[in-house]
Design a protein around this ligand. Structure first.
Ligand SMILES: Nc1ncnc2c1ncn2[C@@H]1O[C@H](COP(=O)(O)OP(=O)(O)O)[C@@H](O)[C@H]1O
Ligand SMILES: [Mg+2]
Length: 229
Protein backbone atom coordinates (compact mmCIF):
# COMPACT_ATOMS: atom_id res chain seq x y z
CA UNK A 1 0.00 0.00 0.00
CA UNK A 2 1.39 3.37 -1.05
CA UNK A 3 2.08 5.70 1.86
CA UNK A 4 2.43 9.39 2.47
CA UNK A 5 5.06 10.71 4.88
CA UNK A 6 3.39 12.07 8.01
CA UNK A 7 6.12 14.67 8.40
CA UNK A 8 6.47 13.73 12.07
CA UNK A 9 10.03 12.71 12.84
CA UNK A 10 9.93 9.29 14.48
CA UNK A 11 6.45 8.36 13.28
CA UNK A 12 7.62 7.98 9.70
CA UNK A 13 10.47 5.72 10.79
CA UNK A 14 8.05 3.49 12.71
CA UNK A 15 5.07 3.43 10.35
CA UNK A 16 6.68 4.29 7.02
CA UNK A 17 3.98 6.94 6.68
CA UNK A 18 0.17 6.94 6.48
CA UNK A 19 -1.57 4.82 3.81
CA UNK A 20 -2.89 6.74 0.80
CA UNK A 21 -6.68 6.82 0.57
CA UNK A 22 -7.22 5.83 4.20
CA UNK A 23 -8.13 7.72 7.37
CA UNK A 24 -6.10 8.13 10.53
CA UNK A 25 -7.64 9.30 13.80
CA UNK A 26 -5.86 11.62 16.23
CA UNK A 27 -7.30 12.03 19.69
CA UNK A 28 -5.99 13.92 22.69
CA UNK A 29 -6.54 16.54 25.38
CA UNK A 30 -6.54 20.28 24.81
CA UNK A 31 -2.98 21.53 24.32
CA UNK A 32 -1.60 18.08 23.54
CA UNK A 33 -0.54 19.14 20.04
CA UNK A 34 -3.32 17.80 17.80
CA UNK A 35 -3.51 20.94 15.69
CA UNK A 36 0.27 21.14 15.38
CA UNK A 37 0.28 17.49 14.31
CA UNK A 38 -2.42 18.29 11.74
CA UNK A 39 -0.57 21.30 10.34
CA UNK A 40 2.71 19.40 10.21
CA UNK A 41 1.00 16.60 8.29
CA UNK A 42 -0.61 19.15 5.94
CA UNK A 43 2.79 20.67 5.27
CA UNK A 44 4.33 17.27 4.61
CA UNK A 45 1.48 16.37 2.26
CA UNK A 46 2.02 19.60 0.29
CA UNK A 47 5.79 19.03 0.19
CA UNK A 48 5.04 15.67 -1.46
CA UNK A 49 2.85 17.44 -4.03
CA UNK A 50 -0.61 16.44 -2.78
CA UNK A 51 -3.54 18.84 -2.94
CA UNK A 52 -4.41 19.38 0.69
CA UNK A 53 -7.46 20.86 2.42
CA UNK A 54 -7.42 21.70 6.13
CA UNK A 55 -10.94 21.92 7.58
CA UNK A 56 -10.80 23.96 10.78
CA UNK A 57 -13.68 24.23 13.23
CA UNK A 58 -11.90 26.09 16.04
CA UNK A 59 -9.19 28.44 14.82
CA UNK A 60 -9.39 30.62 11.76
CA UNK A 61 -6.90 30.26 8.95
CA UNK A 62 -4.81 33.29 9.97
CA UNK A 63 -4.16 31.75 13.41
CA UNK A 64 -3.05 28.54 11.76
CA UNK A 65 -0.66 30.37 9.41
CA UNK A 66 0.69 32.16 12.48
CA UNK A 67 1.17 28.85 14.32
CA UNK A 68 3.06 27.55 11.26
CA UNK A 69 5.22 30.69 11.25
CA UNK A 70 6.39 29.93 14.80
CA UNK A 71 8.00 26.81 13.30
CA UNK A 72 9.23 28.63 10.16
CA UNK A 73 7.00 26.51 7.93
CA UNK A 74 5.83 29.17 5.49
CA UNK A 75 2.45 27.55 4.82
CA UNK A 76 1.48 30.58 2.73
CA UNK A 77 3.78 29.53 -0.09
CA UNK A 78 1.86 26.25 -0.40
CA UNK A 79 -1.38 28.20 -0.56
CA UNK A 80 0.10 30.47 -3.26
CA UNK A 81 1.09 27.35 -5.21
CA UNK A 82 -2.48 26.08 -4.97
CA UNK A 83 -1.55 23.08 -2.83
CA UNK A 84 -2.94 24.10 0.55
CA UNK A 85 -6.29 25.61 1.39
CA UNK A 86 -8.07 26.20 4.65
CA UNK A 87 -11.79 25.61 4.96
CA UNK A 88 -12.95 27.62 7.98
CA UNK A 89 -15.95 26.43 9.91
CA UNK A 90 -14.79 28.38 12.98
CA UNK A 91 -16.05 31.77 11.82
CA UNK A 92 -19.42 30.33 11.04
CA UNK A 93 -19.72 28.98 14.56
CA UNK A 94 -18.69 32.24 16.17
CA UNK A 95 -21.21 34.31 14.25
CA UNK A 96 -24.35 32.36 14.93
CA UNK A 97 -26.27 32.72 18.15
CA UNK A 98 -26.73 29.88 20.58
CA UNK A 99 -30.26 29.23 19.27
CA UNK A 100 -29.19 29.25 15.66
CA UNK A 101 -26.31 27.06 16.57
CA UNK A 102 -28.45 24.27 17.97
CA UNK A 103 -30.47 24.36 14.75
CA UNK A 104 -27.25 24.39 12.78
CA UNK A 105 -25.91 21.42 14.68
CA UNK A 106 -29.26 19.71 14.28
CA UNK A 107 -28.95 20.24 10.56
CA UNK A 108 -25.38 18.99 10.66
CA UNK A 109 -26.55 15.67 12.07
CA UNK A 110 -25.71 13.04 9.54
CA UNK A 111 -23.99 15.64 7.50
CA UNK A 112 -20.28 15.05 7.89
CA UNK A 113 -20.63 13.94 4.28
CA UNK A 114 -21.31 17.59 3.50
CA UNK A 115 -17.66 18.32 4.44
CA UNK A 116 -16.55 15.84 1.85
CA UNK A 117 -19.01 16.61 -0.95
CA UNK A 118 -17.97 20.23 -0.92
CA UNK A 119 -14.27 19.50 -1.36
CA UNK A 120 -12.74 20.30 -4.77
CA UNK A 121 -12.61 17.23 -7.04
CA UNK A 122 -8.82 17.13 -7.11
CA UNK A 123 -8.44 17.01 -3.30
CA UNK A 124 -5.97 14.33 -2.23
CA UNK A 125 -5.42 14.97 1.48
CA UNK A 126 -7.82 16.27 4.12
CA UNK A 127 -7.33 17.21 7.75
CA UNK A 128 -10.49 17.68 9.85
CA UNK A 129 -9.70 19.64 13.03
CA UNK A 130 -11.81 18.96 15.03
CA UNK A 131 -14.79 16.71 14.36
CA UNK A 132 -15.72 16.88 18.06
CA UNK A 133 -17.12 20.37 17.46
CA UNK A 134 -19.92 18.79 15.46
CA UNK A 135 -20.67 15.65 17.37
CA UNK A 136 -21.46 16.83 20.91
CA UNK A 137 -25.22 16.51 20.49
CA UNK A 138 -25.29 13.17 18.75
CA UNK A 139 -26.23 9.92 20.41
CA UNK A 140 -23.51 7.23 20.29
CA UNK A 141 -25.55 5.37 17.69
CA UNK A 142 -25.84 8.47 15.50
CA UNK A 143 -22.17 9.22 15.97
CA UNK A 144 -21.14 5.77 14.81
CA UNK A 145 -23.43 5.93 11.82
CA UNK A 146 -22.23 9.37 10.69
CA UNK A 147 -18.59 8.77 11.44
CA UNK A 148 -18.56 5.49 9.51
CA UNK A 149 -20.17 7.22 6.55
CA UNK A 150 -17.57 10.00 6.68
CA UNK A 151 -14.73 7.48 6.61
CA UNK A 152 -16.46 5.59 3.81
CA UNK A 153 -16.94 8.76 1.73
CA UNK A 154 -13.28 9.69 2.16
CA UNK A 155 -12.13 6.24 1.12
CA UNK A 156 -14.41 6.19 -1.90
CA UNK A 157 -12.71 9.36 -3.13
CA UNK A 158 -9.27 7.93 -2.34
CA UNK A 159 -8.58 10.82 0.02
CA UNK A 160 -5.90 10.41 2.67
CA UNK A 161 -7.35 11.87 5.85
CA UNK A 162 -6.35 12.86 9.33
CA UNK A 163 -9.44 13.18 11.50
CA UNK A 164 -8.90 14.95 14.81
CA UNK A 165 -11.26 14.27 17.70
CA UNK A 166 -10.68 16.02 21.03
CA UNK A 167 -10.98 14.21 24.34
CA UNK A 168 -13.69 16.59 25.54
CA UNK A 169 -16.01 14.70 23.23
CA UNK A 170 -17.06 11.62 25.18
CA UNK A 171 -14.71 8.72 25.75
CA UNK A 172 -17.41 6.54 24.25
CA UNK A 173 -17.19 8.43 20.94
CA UNK A 174 -13.42 8.08 20.97
CA UNK A 175 -13.79 4.31 21.27
CA UNK A 176 -16.46 4.12 18.58
CA UNK A 177 -14.36 6.17 16.17
CA UNK A 178 -11.52 3.66 16.47
CA UNK A 179 -13.37 0.94 14.60
CA UNK A 180 -13.69 2.39 11.13
CA UNK A 181 -10.33 4.14 10.77
CA UNK A 182 -7.17 2.54 9.43
CA UNK A 183 -5.08 3.72 12.33
CA UNK A 184 -5.27 5.85 15.45
CA UNK A 185 -2.88 7.86 17.59
CA UNK A 186 -3.56 9.31 21.02
CA UNK A 187 -1.64 12.31 22.35
CA UNK A 188 -1.37 12.67 26.12
CA UNK A 189 0.26 14.64 28.89
CA UNK A 190 1.17 12.60 31.94
CA UNK A 191 3.35 12.70 34.97
CA UNK A 192 6.47 10.59 34.80
CA UNK A 193 6.33 8.46 37.99
CA UNK A 194 10.12 8.43 38.30
CA UNK A 195 10.99 12.04 37.66
CA UNK A 196 7.70 13.59 38.80
CA UNK A 197 7.85 15.80 35.70
CA UNK A 198 5.06 16.16 33.19
CA UNK A 199 5.83 14.81 29.79
CA UNK A 200 4.13 14.36 26.47
CA UNK A 201 3.53 10.80 25.33
CA UNK A 202 1.88 9.31 22.29
CA UNK A 203 0.17 5.96 21.92
CA UNK A 204 -0.20 4.28 18.55
CA UNK A 205 -3.55 2.78 19.48
CA UNK A 206 -3.81 0.86 16.24
CA UNK A 207 -2.44 0.72 12.74
CA UNK A 208 -3.56 -2.01 10.37
CA UNK A 209 -0.90 -4.09 8.62
CA UNK A 210 1.89 -2.23 10.40
CA UNK A 211 4.14 -3.38 13.22
CA UNK A 212 3.82 -0.75 15.94
CA UNK A 213 5.32 -0.45 19.41
CA UNK A 214 3.09 -1.20 22.39
CA UNK A 215 4.87 1.28 24.68
CA UNK A 216 4.00 4.95 24.93
CA UNK A 217 6.41 7.09 22.95
CA UNK A 218 7.66 10.41 24.27
CA UNK A 219 7.38 13.42 22.02
CA UNK A 220 8.09 17.10 22.28
CA UNK A 221 7.08 20.31 20.60
CA UNK A 222 10.01 22.63 19.97
CA UNK A 223 10.79 25.42 17.52
CA UNK A 224 10.74 22.98 14.59
CA UNK A 225 7.41 21.38 15.44
CA UNK A 226 6.38 18.03 16.89
CA UNK A 227 8.71 15.05 17.01
CA UNK A 228 9.31 11.81 18.88
CA UNK A 229 12.26 11.86 21.28
N1 LIG B 1 6.39 27.38 18.73
C1 LIG B 1 6.17 26.51 19.73
N2 LIG B 1 7.18 25.93 20.40
C2 LIG B 1 6.95 25.04 21.38
N3 LIG B 1 5.73 24.67 21.79
C3 LIG B 1 4.69 25.21 21.17
C4 LIG B 1 4.83 26.14 20.09
N4 LIG B 1 3.60 26.49 19.66
C5 LIG B 1 2.73 25.80 20.42
N5 LIG B 1 3.36 25.03 21.32
C6 LIG B 1 2.75 24.13 22.34
O1 LIG B 1 1.67 23.44 21.70
C7 LIG B 1 0.48 23.57 22.47
C8 LIG B 1 -0.73 23.72 21.59
O2 LIG B 1 -0.79 22.68 20.68
P1 LIG B 1 -2.10 22.47 19.80
O3 LIG B 1 -1.69 21.66 18.63
O4 LIG B 1 -2.78 23.76 19.52
O5 LIG B 1 -2.98 21.60 20.82
P2 LIG B 1 -4.42 20.96 20.61
O6 LIG B 1 -4.83 21.19 19.18
O7 LIG B 1 -4.24 19.50 20.93
O8 LIG B 1 -5.31 21.64 21.59
C9 LIG B 1 0.68 24.83 23.27
O9 LIG B 1 -0.05 24.73 24.48
C10 LIG B 1 2.15 24.86 23.51
O10 LIG B 1 2.46 24.10 24.66
MG1 LIG C 1 -6.44 22.17 18.29
Amino acid sequence: MKRIKSGIEGIDEITNGFPIGRSMLITGDAGSGKTIFGLQFARSSCAQGYKTVYITTEEDASDLYTQGDTFNWDLKSYTENDLLSFNELAGVRARVTEAEMSIDIGAMKGNFSKFINELPDDTQTVIIDNIGSYTAKLTPYEFRDRFDLLIYDLKKRNITALVILDSATSKEFNEIALFSVYGALRLMKRENPYTGRRERVMDIVKMRSTKTPTQFMSYEIDDTGLKLI
